[in-house]
Ligand binder design. Structure first.
Ligand SMILES: *[C@@H]1O[C@H](CO)[C@@H](O)[C@H](O)[C@H]1NC(C)=O
Ligand SMILES: *[C@@H]1O[C@H](CO)[C@@H](O)[C@H](O)[C@H]1NC(C)=O
Ligand SMILES: *[C@@H]1O[C@H](CO)[C@@H](O)[C@H](O)[C@H]1NC(C)=O
Ligand SMILES: *[C@@H]1O[C@H](CO)[C@@H](O)[C@H](O)[C@H]1NC(C)=O
Ligand SMILES: *[C@@H]1O[C@H](CO)[C@@H](O)[C@H](O)[C@H]1NC(C)=O
Ligand SMILES: CC(=O)N[C@H]1CO[C@H](CO)[C@@H](O)[C@@H]1O
Length: 420
């Protein structure tokens, strides 16, 4: 399957967007996916805690459901009072968000932040949101003329980077993580952590070389299991990365991929209380039940599967199929206790995902990589290069691969002297 190619209409919108938003050319880059339709998708943000925070506090920073943050990181939600568990500073977690299409590009705009005393746009961008947004992006999104005057209690929109790429990577289901490059990172290291390849990361992010700069935001594809729920289901399009869980149907149903399987498997959630019936019609099977019957013709597998949540009702579907072999017992991604300290090889780093075959990676870049506006690295390393024009060389290389990227590069070049 070909990778989605950006269409020109989207690019013109994007150009207008860039023209209107005072682009400054700095070292940090983020991957932008042009879009034209108004649908949204599931995506993940890679977030590093700037201080000790309760699970509920992390969730409220992004206005997401605390239980979905826990399940996205395969943390055991049956742990007592888990939402008030304090997560340690510098812990890396994946935050599940909804990725929309705004002004022709993919981004999340559902996050708001209420300013507190001592906040500056830079501290909000670089510390609180850990480099996922830049001070300039917050300023632009909120039309702030004088960033030195922030009223306490001001409600700011915090635009956050996300990508969808049609929920696929090399033709297989994938969900994309927006990852802020840290000073210690290498492209090879990131690829290994997330069970992908350097080639794939370069294609997805339209990179011309393997060099990355702290503060760059990469789209990292995580292998996932996709749902096939009908359009009218409120969780239509649900996609779950291998190794983690998603909670849906008002906390009644949890879904995951089992190791070795690309099928989404859903069952009653451990939290399930006051849920609509989870029994399949005209059977005694409950959601997630699978029965097998060995016969001379093969294995008759009957299962009661989850098919989405609509109008407060859990839709179930009973199906039978004859398979050559009986499936083994379903295995689930292991759950971990809520972490209390940060280890170097944190369990939170990467969700295990299949090794994608580097040989099959597509050669067409999915995106253009453009400079993000005025962002500082999330973790300012001592003496790290910042604002260096020479590091735009990676842009030049990738622009050669994609004319539209070249247009944007030139545009950025053109505009930058005005705003520097
Ligand atoms: C998007 O993915 C669906 C299947 O998930 C596929 O049928 C469709 O062709 C894809 N579209 C593009 C533009 O790749
Ligand atoms: C069916 O699923 C329910 C809920 O997960 C479980 O308690 C029960 O043991 C299962 N029954 C069979 C026959 O698998
Ligand atoms: C498989 O089993 C189910 C119930 O156990 C039955 O209704 C169905 O007819 C069987 N299918 C085949 C192909 O044997
Ligand atoms: C949901 O409820 C609304 C109004 O009650 C109804 O019009 C609609 O058909 C229902 N949708 C489904 C999928 O049942
Ligand atoms: C999911 O991850 C496990 C490692 O935990 C791996 O063994 C398995 O192959 C992966 N499954 C898929 C479908 O990618
Ligand atoms: C001048 C400058 O900052 N160059 C840096 C560009 O990025 C590469 C790798 O990301 C560094 O090695 C260079 O020092």
């Amino acid at each position: 399957m070909p990778n989605p190619k950006p269409n020109f209409l989207s690019f013109y919108k994007l150009l207008c967007f860039l023209l209107l938003t005072d682009v400054a050319l700095v070292a940090s880059k983020s991957t932008i996916e042009p879009c034209s339709n108004s649908d949204s998708c599931n995506a993940l943000l890679g977030y590093t805690l700037y201080t000790d925070l309760k699970v509920a506090e992390v969730a409220s920073l992004f206005q997401v459901d605390p239980i979905s943050v826990l399940t996205a990181n395969a943390i055991d939600i049956s742990y007592p009072d888990v939402e008030n568990h304090i997560l340690p500073s510098q812990l890396f977690v994946k935050i599940p968000i909804l990725c929309s299409c705004v002004d022709g590009i993919r981004k999340s705009v559902s996050t708001h932040y209420k300013t507190r005393p001592q906040d500056t746009l830079s501290s909000i961008a670089d510390s609180i949101y850990a480099g996922l947004v830049s001070a300039d992006q917050i300023r632009e999104a909120n039309s702030i003329d004088d960033p030195s005057v922030l009223d306490v209690g001001q409600n700011l929109v915090v635009p956050l980077p996300c990508t969808c790429f049609n929920g696929t990577d090399n033709g297989l289901p994938a969900i994309y993580l927006s990852y802020v490059v840290k000073p210690v990172d290498t492209l090879a290291g990131i690829a290994a952590s997330y069970s992908t390849t350097i080639t794939d990361l370069m294609n997805v992010n339209a990179m011309g070389g393997t060099s990355i700069t702290p503060g760059d935001i990469l789209a990292v594809p995580l292998s996932a299991c996709a749902s096939n729920f009908p359009k009218y289901a409120s969780d239509h399009g649900l996609i779950v990365p291998n190794g983690s869980y998603a909670i849906t149907a008002s906390h009644c149903v949890q879904c995951s991929c089992g190791p070795g399987s690309r099928n989404l498997y859903c069952m009653p959630a451990s939290l399930a209380v006051s849920c609509s019936s989870m029994q399949c019609k005209s059977s005694n099977l409950m959601l997630g039940n699978v029965t097998v019957q060995q016969s001379s013709a093969g294995c008759n597998v009957t299962s009661c599967a989850y098919s989405g949540y609509a109008n407060g009702t859990i839709i179930t579907s009973l199906s039978s199929s004859l398979q050559p072999r009986c499936p083994g017992p379903q295995q689930f991604p292991p759950l971990v206790a809520p972490p209390t300290y940060v280890t170097r090889d944190s369990v939170f780093a990467p969700a295990p995902a299949p090794q994608s075959d580097g040989a099959t990676t597509a050669t067409v870049p999915k995106t253009s990589t453009v400079p993000s506006t005025g962002s500082l690295p999330g973790f300012p390393p001592a003496g790290a290069p910042f604002g260096s024009l020479s590091n735009a060389s990676t842009l030049m290389n990738s622009a050669a691969a994609l004319p539209a990227a070249l247009m944007m590069y030139l545009l950025a070049k053109l505009i930058s002297p005005l705003s520097l």
